[in-house]
Design a protein around this ligand. Structure first.
Ligand SMILES: *[C@@H]1O[C@H](CO)[C@@H](O)[C@H](O)[C@H]1NC(C)=O
Ligand SMILES: *[C@@H]1O[C@H](CO)[C@@H](O)[C@H](O)[C@H]1NC(C)=O
Ligand SMILES: [Ca+2]
Length: 374
């Protein structure tokens, strides 16, 4: 066989072959992009990320002890009057841990979409079900308290708190996206969140605030004169006045947080603990500056894991009533905990919930413990 004629033939055909190949590739690419843009589930907007935090990073969250290992993604925690800890897990159980450390499968809700929980004065547990709305779990079994507001189904209820008059204030993270595609709300960067109020005397639910940027944690101030609601992808929390001359008005409580605020809890001293999601990274900074990359990520959800830091780190902050950060605890490499969504102070310890851990974290607050020992 003589390879020469072949080589000549190849040389002859390769010339028109390359432009033809390229144009086919180009057509495919254009069709592909058209497909991605045309069928995109999002209509995105660019977003500026907050400046880098000057607060130094530490390893404090790596010191947690693990409670109830085997729990499935305990997003939130609360305590009742007896000091029993409750958490809702992804398998549908509300589980609880007695003071003596023993755990009990308390109630089966048959819901895989439970998020924020709180205990009422009456001793019932209220849970946000991101598909059903607001649930009451207690002596009477499981009751849906609120499933609709202003004629629309309540979607993606996220966190709830009870005021002393029995009103339940709760957040809707997004009226457009659901729990499983929460990151689409983040990369779309348009506000679809709400703050709602359930009035137990009329059983009515009303809208207090709309157009919130992924409304997440809600907490009441110690005097219940205002409520704080977190806007995750705006890296800030808002103060909504419940009493006084500013009643019904909203102002910024804290902004430029070093992460996206998830749940927020009132601390015994009147300050707040906020769990922060790692929604800043070089990758995300690029994504938030490019609508095309947002559409591509929406078409290939697996890409989000590459730029999304929530599965790689954990961070919580303690914020004073004037909005200043007092303390910050990190697990910067995600060695022990990642995706921490809740931080609750109880008897000189911080209890931590997470959407990517199989336990509740417990961290001694050394400064408080040494103070009470003095
Ligand atoms: C812990 O306390 C609960 C409730 O009082 C009780 O039912 C349980 O048996 C106790 N467990 C242990 C190991 O003492
Ligand atoms: C309630 O629904 C009505 C009719 O759909 C609408 O016009 C109104 O703006 C809604 N109110 C709020 C607070 O969203
Ligand atoms: Ca939450």
């Amino acid at each position: 066989m003589d390879p020469k004629p072949n080589t000549v033939a190849n040389a002859r055909t390769s010339k028109p072959f390359i432009p033809a190949f390229l144009s086919v590739l180009l057509v495919c690419l254009v069709a592909f992009m058209f497909q991605i843009l045309f069928f995109s589930p999002i209509s995105p907007r660019n977003l500026e990320l907050p400046p880098l935090s000057s607060f130094p990073t530490n390893n404090q969250l790596q010191r947690v002890t693990k409670l109830g290992e085997g729990l499935k993604d305990p997003e939130d925690i609360c305590f009742d009057k007896e000091g029993t800890l409750y958490t809702a897990t992804r398998d549908g159980w509300i589980k609880r841990m007695y003071r003596n450390g023993s755990w009990e499968d308390w109630k089966m809700t048959n819901s895989q979409t439970l998020l924020g929980i709180t205990i009422t004065k009456e001793g019932d547990l209220i849970a946000c079900d991101s598909e059903e709305g607001l649930l009451k779990v207690g002596k009477d079994g499981i009751v849906v308290l609120a499933s609709h507001v202003n004629g629309s189904k309540i979607r993606f209820a996220d966190d709830v708190i009870e005021a002393s008059d029995g009103s339940l204030y709760f957040s809707v993270a997004s009226t457009k996206f659901d729990l499983h595609s929460w990151y689409l709300d983040v990369i779309e960067a348009k506000p679809h969140g709400q703050l709602l109020k359930y009035d137990p005397s009329s059983s009515e639910t009303s809208i207090l605030l709309e157009d919130l940027a992924f409304a997440n944690g809600v907490a009441l101030s110690r005097d219940q004169d205002y409520l704080v609601v977190c806007e995750t992808w705006k890296f800030r929390c808002l103060k909504y006045w419940l009493k006084g001359e500013d009643k019904g008005k909203t102002e910024i409580f804290v902004e430029n947080l070093p992460g996206g605020p998830d749940n927020i809890k009132l601390a015994p001293d009147g300050s707040f603990w906020i769990a922060l999601l790692q929604l800043t990274s070089d990758g995300l900074e690029f994504v938030h500056s490019s609508k095309v990359s947002k559409h591509i990520i929406a078409a290939f959800p697996k890409l989000i894991k590459r730029v999304n830091g929530v599965f790689r780190k954990a961070m919580v902050v303690n914020v004073a009533t004037d909005g200043k950060i007092i303390k910050k605890f990190d697990d910067p490499e995600g060695k022990v905990m990642t995706f921490v969504t809740s931080a609750l102070e109880f008897e000189d310890h911080l209890y931590l919930g997470s959407l990517n851990s199989n336990f509740v974290g417990k961290l001694p607050l050394e400064d408080k413990i040494s103070k009470s020992a003095e």
